[in-house]
Design a protein around this ligand. Structure first.
Ligand SMILES: [Zn+2]
Length: 116
């Protein structure tokens, strides 16, 4: 599952950042995960639990991962209909052609974290 790698990248970014802030522990990480990003929230949580057992110095068993879902939304550039695509290339429900431009849903990023 590639969420192990994604979560590893997130932890590397946070590790770099906490060094700048002289934090030694991270108690909570909030991620924004779009519904059509390449990451599955359940798999990210599993990956986080695995990393917590791998003696990463700034995580302990009470560190929390919070996933904020971002709804996928697209707007048709022909008829202006806004709709909720279930994949990147989704058909406009009105025109029945893939004429939508994604407005949201692909985000995958750290929203915030807390530590000390
Ligand atoms: Zn349309």
């Amino acid at each position: 599952m590639h969420e192990m790698a994604l979560m590893g990248d997130i932890l590397n970014i946070i590790q770099d950042d906490i060094q700048k802030r002289s934090f030694s522990k991270v108690t909570k990480i909030e991620l924004i995960v779009g519904d059509i990003s390449n990451a599955m929230p359940d798999a990210l949580e599993m990956a986080f639990d695995v990393y917590k057992t791998q003696s990463i110095p700034f995580l302990d068993k009470d560190s929390k991962l919070v996933i904020i879902r971002e709804e996928a939304k697209a707007k048709c550039y022909i008829c202006d209909t806004e709709y909720f695509p279930d994949q990147k290339l989704a058909l406009c429900p009105n025109c029945k052609i893939p004429s939508g431009q994604l407005i949201s849903g692909e985000t995958f990023k750290v929203y915030s974290y807390e530590g000390s």
